[in-house]
Design a binder for this molecule. Structure first.
Ligand SMILES: [Zn+2]
Length: 151
């Protein structure tokens, strides 16, 4: 189970902590109230979670694994906005660098950062990646030089 990065459901992605509440909110009715686990809800809806081709992600969440590639933007949870642990490829990384850069520029010119928690997560991930350009290295260095508790 450690390789689950999140779920895709109803055209959005969610983390493992939030998915149950999201599904519950959609399906909580007297018939399934006693089955308040994902497995229980699946059973009640006659959904075979072993065969993800047999149902649609609009109906029930499908698992996203950590080896699944993020799109051109990082996958985030639609409920709590945490970043899902999917694999980043070059466009994903470029997007994250650009977000850091834009936020840095905003901050340096007297504005504020967007969601600092999310940006911190992205900066951490980028710090573990290899092969970025000098410009991207500079962005990351500059971002990391700003104390994180300051908002
Ligand atoms: Zn979440």
């Amino acid at each position: 189970m450690a390789d689950i990065a999140g779920y895709v459901y109803n055209a959005a992605t969610y983390c493992e902590d939030c998915i149950l509440d999201v599904v519950k909110a959609d399906y909580a009715n007297p018939h399934i109230v006693e089955h308040m686990t994902l497995e229980g809800i699946a059973e009640t809806l006659s959904i075979d979670t072993e065969d993800e081709y047999s149902f649609d992600s609009d109906t029930f969440p499908k698992v996203i694994f950590s080896w699944d590639e993020a799109g051109d933007t990082p996958d985030t949870c639609g409920a709590c906005h945490t970043t899902l642990d999917t694999s980043w490829h070059e466009p994903t990384m470029n997007y994250a660098y650009e977000a850091l850069e834009n936020n840095l520029i905003a901050w340096l010119t007297g504005g504020t950062f967007g969601n600092r928690e999310v940006l911190d997560e992205w900066a951490d991930r980028l710090g573990n990646c290899m092969g970025e350009s000098d410009r991207q290295k500079a962005i990351l260095e500059m971002y990391n030089a700003i104390p994180r508790e300051e908002n």
